[in-house]
Design a protein around this ligand. Sequence first.
Ligand code: COA
Length: 369
Amino acid sequence: VQPASDGLEDVVVAETELSLVDGEAGRLVVRGHDVEALAGAVPFEAMCSLLWDGALPDVPRLERTRRALGRARVEAHEELWRLGSALDAAETMDALRAALSHLSVDGLAPDAARWRITGATAVFAAAGSRARRGERPVPPDPERGHADDLLRLLEGAAPHPARARALDAYLVTVAEHGMNASTFTARVVASTRSDAVSAVVAALGALKGPLHGGAPGPVLDMLDAIGAPEAAEGWLARELAEGRRIMGLGHRVYRVRDPRAAVLERALERLAQEGIGSRVVALARAVEQAAVRALAERHPRRRLAANVEFATAVLLDALGLPRAFFTPTFAVGRVAGWLAHVEEQRARGRLIRPSQRYRGPLPPVAASA
Ligand code: COA
């Protein structure tokens, strides 16, 4: 009898043209482009085009995508009044999930539905974060890029262009990443021929967990708790002795450092050149090195290195985002990948329905009369 495939590790569930995650080489390729060549070089709108249409847009097409996404943000803002108390949830991710489930894309062509959902994710996330602080939502500016406007929607004022550029690089970096838990969730929902909003709402639920997209807030909590580089070793040893996981370290696929971490560090460096520095960058470096050493001692056969969430925490903190907004920001980028997978699953996938092995008792065999 074959053992159950715990965590579906190494199980191939789809043929895809969207991305390659090479865990041994530490490489992420999205539709033929290395992530290093995309982040910082193309805006998020171009990444959407790449994922959904198969190629990076030329200049006129990029302009159309910017307008489509700008319009989608304005329409989402006009929907806010319909949401009732959905945005009042204590956590921004819960507010975003509740708000998105009110969205309807009935009657829209798939392309229009994708822009709609992507625009609404940014607008609802920002409005949810503001609601937590007792602030009213800010109307979107359709002329701005998506990253630039996201900061405006969150903060109520036009951001420094260097901050918008860094956030844009972040959104591009996290837009697509293979068959991760939330993307798989989206594909499972799409495989039943359910609608794209349902797939995205389900994916949000998967993203929120601390083993997936919920990690960067706790990474920053950890850096705060450690406080100084010399305290890292002792703090980490105590956590591991208690059986707790170190957030931002380890990955299901990568056996080397997550390539996205280096991409985000470059964005952080560019931000520093503009005079926007991080208060935790030196501490983060020391903690990462100490954590890699401590985990190597405990798991000599499994190489555990920093993942994207470690670098995310440092970058988004340098950008001045509240830590409760880290995972919603991840969702604003990743929704582009989810929607590409939903389309791919619809176009050529079958109903996803794996098996299980029953280990419980059977009813007693009825005594024959
Ligand atoms: N801290 C402590 N121990 C860890 C660890 C971490 N960050 N990551 C993995 N391990 C341990 C596991 O508990 C396991 O130990 P065991 O064999 O004694 O049970 C061993 O290392 C091997 O784990 P692995 O098979 O590589 O983990 P996984 O593929 O099931 O899980 C993650 C991958 C990402 C969920 C896991 O590394 C983790 O929990 N990381 C922290 C959360 C995080 O940063 N998530 C964001 C991911 S992008």
